[in-house]
Design a protein around this ligand. Structure first.
Ligand code: XIL
Length: 320
């Protein structure tokens, strides 16, 4: 039942995230996207600033094209994301709204976006990155929590569920690969919400790994404790970056380390019963966000710029 997915590149802020989306003009990219995966996630195309650039004005063409592509290629789609502190449009972050207005804006957005793709999106990252690393809620940089209080989190899930009762609704975060303060915070929050009848189905771990920091050896145990609560789990954005000086190639040893991280992450997911989705955050270095966001690091995906398969690709294939 395990789905293997990738982010569909596009809609970002830099030259490696071209607009229009690569699958509309890069035939090699398009062919690989269709052939190698049975799940896809929009890398940016459903984020507020992209899909809701002006108040009340939605821009759905790019996401519609991804959904169409997925259906033509018998792929499921993961929706990302509805409630986040980042990549929000200026009209929202800088707007002068009352609490009632903000609440109505969020409700309208969730129902419009989820409703448009009802039956076509299998899993939603409803809430993204709501906790700080120390396990406290993001009460300053998350506009919704700051302005409307933590109870708004439950409302976001309720509104998403109303708009598509069949979609599985997730929390998603980075830095929660291991048992730590942040993952503990989710382990405490999710059952509490469920006990109140809030429709939460799963907990998703992004999985942005770096060979600088080592592999999170307790990933499987961490996934398992969410599984033990009866939750679905998923790896939603894995990439494994490494130190590379500009213009140089990674060594065989670096590529082998990277391959082992990907493999161990997939093995962890495979070993946990309801870990049902494993998504890499882009499949070719050609369009990866990593070098732009992490200075001195790169080469984080499973294929080179020219789509040559790296050891990591074969390590994942061997695991399946
Ligand atoms: C990243 C995209 O890959 C970039 O193109 C964009 O410019 C910034 O966001 N956590 C998330 C993703 O949930 O949405 C982020 O994606 C990576 C970190």
């Amino acid at each position: 039942d395990l789905r293997i997915g990738t982010a569909v590149a596009g809609g970002g802020h830099h030259e490696t995230q071209p607009y229009p989306d690569p699958f509309t003009f890069d035939q090699e990219y398009r062919a690989r996207l269709a052939a190698e995966f049975n799940s896809v996630s929009p890398e940016n195309q459903l984020k507020w600033e992209f899909v809701h650039p002006e108040q009340g004005t939605y821009r759905f063409a790019e996401m519609d094209a991804i959904v169409q592509f997925a259906q033509a290629n018998k792929q499921v789609v993961r929706g990302h994301t509805l409630f986040w502190h980042s990549q929000n449009p200026e009209w929202l972050e800088e707007g002068d709204f009352t609490k009632e207005e903000l609440r109505a804006i969020l409700k309208d957005h969730i129902q419009t976006v989820v409703g448009r793709y009802a039956g076509k999106i299998q899993q939603w990252d409803v809430a993204n990155e709501i906790f700080n690393d120390n396990g406290t809620l993001r009460t300053t940089d998350n506009i919704w929590i700051r302005e409307l209080g933590p109870e708004i989190i439950a409302d976001a899930f309720r509104w998403a569920h109303e708009a598509d009762p069949k979609a599985a609704l997730f929390f998603n975060d980075y830095g929660v690969e291991s048992v730590n303060a942040k993952s503990n915070a989710y382990l405490e929050l999710i059952p509490r919400l469920q006990a109140e009848g809030v429709p939460v189905d799963g907990f998703a771990i992004q999985g942005h790994l770096s060979t600088r920091y080592g592999f999170p050896g307790d990933l499987q145990a961490n996934l398992q404790r969410f599984d033990d609560l009866g939750l679905e789990t998923a790896i939603t954005e894995i990439d494994v970056r490494m130190d590379v000086a500009a213009g140089t190639e990674p060594t065989d040893a670096q590529l082998a380390t990277q391959a082992s991280y990907y493999q161990r992450a997939l093995e962890a997911c495979v070993s946990v019963e309801e870990c049902n989705s494993f998504t890499i955050w882009g499949f070719t270095d050609k369009y990866s966000w990593v070098p732009v966001f992490f200075s001195g690091e790169g080469e984080a995906t499973v294929m080179e710029d020219d789509f040559t398969r790296k050891p990591a690709y074969y390590a994942l294939q061997d695991t399946l």
